[in-house]
Design a protein around this ligand. Structure first.
Ligand code: NZQ
Ligand code: ZN
Length: 384
């Protein structure tokens, strides 16, 4: 096992009715800014529950944070927060609202051009405290210190991380997810599944506990994802899915093991260029990454084939083929198409993605840093 430091201070309040706990989780004298997205929280009753829990409190609001939150929108929230002396942020929504709010938290006390927090990882030395109410299980943003922000003007989608933007608490009430569309449920399953694979499917380092925790999440997603789609009112399926997505990216399964974030790096470019939903970009890219890297990932691919997909018979190459095919079929089974062509994206995008990645410095992705710009092109060609 590799050395690691693991510190995750996010308090999780999980289950029905937990939104009421806002009354005690947010300091009584706080000047609160409630941040949210395009309005789903108004139509599904979450907004009313929050107003009820925070009755009598100093509460401002900023709505309209879009999917793949933009610097341009978030800067308006920063200006509002500064003008009103906000000292606590409450993000209510999916990964985009949570990520956007992490940026707002870091940008409020930041002197200078706040895009540098993202573009050049300018050190975050202070952040306004924040809490979240998560309504879409997918990103793990509710229990990590990462945010992915888009600059609309240049269509750049980049991330920053800081322990200072980890939420003080996150409320996860599975009932808030009943109103999700099938498409968003499928996207969330694909996102969480890929997060696990990217921390698991590299090379063995004799970390059987991390392996089995990762496999437990994958197997649970394979059971609970389709169940959620088939029975949208099944509270237990919703709850299991939600907890899977949180544990998929809260640092636990990735501690002490190699990681490969190639799929995310390429996927972000597809979102930035073509507006494809985050989870969908991963379903396009992941099978192609596994195919391209099958030699270097051989031992873990065989383990994955056996323990996740029950593939024990036949020679090793055919088991690996089978595992990649099953991965693709699983994404399709939760309603997430896996080919660029399914999104009307042609081969013309390949050199554009390659150039964008190469334009930011040497491309050296993967657990061995052996995926260069040319390899990114070959991976995308396998996704057509
Ligand atoms: O904006 P509203 O009206 O709230 O609608 C949203 C949005 O249109 C809707 N939605 C959310 N909860 C709902 C709901 N609709 C009905 N009922 C509910 N309960 O769903 C749509 C998509 O929301 P969004 O937040 O964009 O989705 P998701 O949670 O998948 O977040 C995606 C963003 O997170 C980033 C992605 O890059 C992308 O920008 N990621 C963040 C990560 C992190 N912080 O660690 C890691 C991930 O890999 C990912 O990159
Ligand atoms: Zn993701």
């Amino acid at each position: 096992m590799q050395n690691f430091t693991f510190h995750n201070p996010v308090k999780i309040l999980f289950g029905q009715g937990q939104i009421r706990a806002l009354a005690t989780e947010i300091p009584p004298a706080a000047r609160i800014l409630l941040t949210y997205g395009g309005g789903s929280i108004r139509s599904n009753g979450v907004y009313d529950q929050i107003q009820q829990a925070l009755k009598g409190r100093v509460l401002f609001e900023f709505g309209g944070i879009e999917p793949n939150p933009t610097l341009e929108t978030l800067n308006r929230a920063v200006a509002l927060a500064r003008a009103e002396g906000i000292d606590f942020l409450l993000a209510v929504g999916g990964g985009s609202v949570l990520d956007g709010t992490k940026f707002i938290a870091a940008a409020i006390p930041f002197a200078g051009d706040s895009w540098q927090i993202v573009a050049s990882h300018a050190p975050v030395t202070q952040a306004i405290p924040m809490g979240t109410v998560l309504t879409l299980p997918a990103t793990g943003s509710e229990m990590n210190g990462t945010a992915v922000i888009t600059r609309g003007a240049t269509r750049e989608k980049l991330y920053f991380s800081s322990p200072l933007v980890m939420p003080r608490f996150s409320i996860l009430d599975p009932e808030t997810t009943f109103s999700l569309s099938e498409r968003q449920v499928g996207n969330g399953v694909a996102d969480a599944f890929t997060h696990v694979v990217e921390q698991y499917l590299t090379y063995p380092v004799n970390a059987p506990l991390q392996d089995r925790m990762a496999e437990a999440i994958l197997l649970t997603l394979i059971e609970e994802g389709p169940k959620t789609l088939a029975q949208p009112e099944d509270y237990d399926a919703r709850a299991n899915l939600m907890w899977c997505a949180t544990l998929a990216l809260n640092g636990l399964i990735g501690a002490g093991v190699p990681q490969d974030w190639t799929t995310h790096a390429i996927g972000h470019e597809l979102t930035a260029l073509h507006g494809i939903d985050h989870g969908r970009t991963l379903a396009i890219v992941l099978p192609a990454v596994l195919q391209h890297q099958r030699k270097r990932k051989r031992a873990k691919l065989l383990q994955y084939a056996e323990r996740i997909w029950g593939l024990r018979a036949g020679d090793e190459e055919s088991r690996i083929d089978g595992a990649i095919e099953k991965t693709r079929a699983f994404f399709e089974s939760v309603g997430v198409p896996t080919r660029l062509a399914d999104y009307s994206v042609s081969a013309e995008t390949i050199p554009v993605v390659v150039e964008r990645l190469a334009g930011r410095g040497p491309v050296a992705l993967g657990e061995h840093q052996d995926i260069d710009a040319a390899a990114v092109g070959r991976i995308l060609a396998l996704s057509l």
